[in-house]
Design a binder for this molecule. Structure first.
Ligand code: MSP
Length: 653
């Protein structure tokens, strides 16, 4: 067993958490979970970065004491862990006394070694990014990173002798080629280093919201000196107790600092230089990821183009959200977030591919094997599938621990596809009709259930809640270190399957319809994509829906209607507005059939409608009932019709 220490950046508390923050935390969580499953002793840290002038100003603007402001806003990031099922072992705040002690301890140590001196800083500062910007790097007089305003400052300051670490840093990069990944980020840092380094201002005197400099409290530390130290505070640095000493020895240096691409310089130059100056070990690796973009710009508070995790979690279920971001972003590159891609992946990958596998596997075992895992006959086992799964286990472990989530998930989905195809080609429902083929049926169902088990085990880091529910469905209790022994054909024959519940119910609405529904639901904060008419995963209903009585069915009043007029709903590809005759009255309905039927062709046609449905608005158009159509997977809708059309108003039952 080895120990594994992974961190996220600590987040600024002036913004509400958005997908950018959530993403870093979720992928760190996936890696932490994978290491735990592989038997490692993991310490996973996240937290908030609470000092600096922008926080002081934001608190003043809100009219509350800075500490109270920090307490409130930090809590939102702490809550994110609960919302996203994050398995962090600790949450650090830079306003905690233990952190003041640690930052001051590091300062003293660096100063004693002669790497901190007093001077005066004159130049530009970006308060959003908390960086000093050399005049030559300004873009149209603004910050080159965020495009925001910079401020001219001139104040007494302590300086860190960064220039002294020019060569040692270059040497470190040379001897540790994987110190920064992906390689293109490493190369950027190395070429920046090659340009030479200037000493760095590490204290401020024009505001007070920070860690006081030891023996000179008129100065507060530069927020990055303070913030970077959090990674050591959390594992005991600066605390004199024996337990903290032990912890620091055990966990420092960190194995991975996971960071966004915009803060590689602070982590890849300042942080190792501070540590070298103090004579402390340097973290083993900085892993940097790209940005979530929306409409071509980095998702950020200042632009306002943010995805709020809660909107998606509430509407699609947490694991759909986790799956999407890990599958969609090629690690290290930027990715666009669109509701259309989200919905497509949800329905295709989760509801369809994974959902079908779970429902087929468990339904057949319930039906043909009384709900118990059947005994296979090894001689009848399909070898090709077995080989694919054996390779899959090793490959997913390797991809996950090297942050290649989209590759890991793609391979898992290849295996889901292969298993679904195996089911279709073997047709177990036909074998089940031939008692002499019992051994073949048992083996087939065993192979399918065992495949589902392996898939669910491999999905645990990514969609932990759903994966563990899927395991329970094939009768397996999730073990904390299951990846240490994970292998094919390990499902125990005779084990009783758990209850099957759909994890990702299919969503029938289009993005447009979901948005319209959201507008009508007068929720306090309209979401980009609104509530599908499905239960969230956590509250999923049983797979085999309870049977309804004839009385239940009779509550739905189906009637024959004749289309009198039809026109497209503006700006919608799917919706048509219909005026129909229902015998007793005329009505307006909106139907999602425009992709299959031209409005003109609908006029005069007889259809079946749900007559007693509550009125709703679709794309702002009132719909008083619903037209019945078959909706083949991936195909176009087909209206229910009659050989000889009955009179409008005739009841259908
Ligand atoms: N407080 C500093 C980090 C100090 S670490 C010692 C900071 N905070 S931040 O609130 O701005 O968060 C930055 C991190 O949030 C990024 O490094 C990245 O991990 C994540 N993201 C914020 N916006 C993002 C996107 N649009 N896309 C992906 N992740 C981004 O910098």
């Amino acid at each position: 067993m080895s120990r594994f220490y992974i961190t996220t950046p600590i987040y600024y508390i002036n913004a509400e958490p958005h997908l950018g923050h959530a993403y870093t935390t979720m992928i760190a969580d996936a890696v932490a979970r994978a290491h735990r499953l592989m038997g490692d002793e993991v310490f996973f840290l996240t937290g908030t970065d609470e000092h600096g002038q922008k926080v002081e100003r934001a608190a003043q603007k809100a009219g509350i004491p800075t500490k109270a402001f920090a307490d409130q806003t930090s809590e939102k990031f702490r809550d994110l862990s609960g919302l996203l099922n994050i398995s962090n072992d600790a949450f650090i705040r830079t306003t905690e006394p233990r952190h003041y002690r640690a930052a001051q301890e590091l300062w003293r140590r660096v100063k004693e070694k002669g790497y901190i001196y007093k001077g005066k800083y004159e130049g530009w500062y970006c308060t959003v990014d908390e960086v000093f910007v050399p005049e030559t790097q300004l873009v149209d007089g603004r910050c080159p990173t965020c495009g925001g305003k910079v401020e001219k400052i001139a104040e007494e300051s302590y300086f860190f002798k960064l220039s002294a670490f020019h060569q040692p840093l270059l040497d470190h990069y040379k001897s540790h080629p994987d110190f920064v990944t992906p390689a293109h980020r490493r190369n950027e840092i190395v070429s920046f280093l090659e340009g030479g380094l200037q000493d760095l201002s590490v204290s401020r005197t024009s505001f007070t919201w920070g860690v006081p400099v030891p023996d000179d409290p008129a100065h507060v530390m530069y927020v990055w000196f303070d913030a970077l130290t959090n990674y050591m505070t959390a594992v005991g640095y600066g605390d004199a107790s024996a337990a903290s000493g032990e912890m620091f020895k055990k966990y420092w240096p960190a194995d991975v600092h996971l960071i966004g691409k915009e803060i590689v310089r602070q982590h890849g130059i300042y942080w190792p230089a501070f540590l070298m100056a103090a004579g402390l070990p340097i973290p083993k690796q900085l892993v940097s990821h790209g940005w979530w973009m929306m409409d071509g710009a980095k998702m950020s508070k200042s632009i306002g183009n943010v995805v709020r995790p809660k909107d998606y979690v509430d509407r699609f279920g947490l694991d759909a959200f986790r799956y999407f971001v890990m599958r969609e972003m090629m690690f290290g590159q930027d990715a666009d977030f669109t509701d259309e891609t989200f919905l497509t992946r949800y329905n295709a990958d989760l509801a369809n591919d994974l959902g079908n596998l779970i429902s087929r596997a468990t339904t057949m075992i319930h039906r043909y094997c009384e709900g118990r895992v059947p005994q296979p006959d090894p001689s009848l086992r399909p070898m090709e599938l077995r080989q694919q799964f054996e390779a899959l286990i090793d490959s997913v472990k390797a991809h996950t621990t090297s942050f290649q989530f989209s590759f890991a998930l793609r391979e898992i989905w290849d295996a889901i596809g292969a298993t679904n195809r195996y089911i279709v080609s073997v047709e177990p429902w036909k074998i089940a009709k031939q008692p002499e083929l019992q051994a073949q049926l048992s083996t087939t169902l065993y192979v399918i259930a065992d495949g589902l088990r392996v898939i669910a085990e491999l999905l645990r880091p990514f969609i932990p809640g759903s994966a563990e529910r899927a395991l329970a469905m094939v009768g397996v209790a999730p073990a904390p270190q299951s990846w240490t022994t994970l292998k094919v054909d390990d499902l125990v024959p005779g084990a009783r399957l758990g209850e099957t519940t759909p994890l990702f119910p299919r969503i029938e609405q289009t993005v447009e319809e979901l948005r319209t529904m959201s507008d009508e639901q007068s929720t306090p904060a309209p979401a980009p994509v609104a509530a599908p008419a499905v239960a969230p995963a956590a509250a999923a209903a049983p797979a085999e829906p309870a049977k309804i009585t004839i009385d239940d069915f009779m509550k739905v009043e189906l009637r024959v209607a004749k289309v009198l007029a039809a026109e497209r709903v503006p700006k919608s590809n799917r919706l048509v507005k219909l005026q129909v005759d229902v015998g007793s009255e005329q009505r307006q309905l909106v139907a999602g059939i425009a992709e299959a039927y031209e409005p003109e062709a609908l006029i005069g046609r007889t259809v079946v409608i749900v007559f007693n449905l509550k009125p709703a608005k679709l794309m702002g158009v009132e719909s008083n009932g619903m037209v019945l159509a078959a909706s083949p997977d991936g195909g176009k809708p087909m209206l229910v019709s009659f050989d000889t059309p009955p009179d409008p108003g005739t009841r259908v039952r």
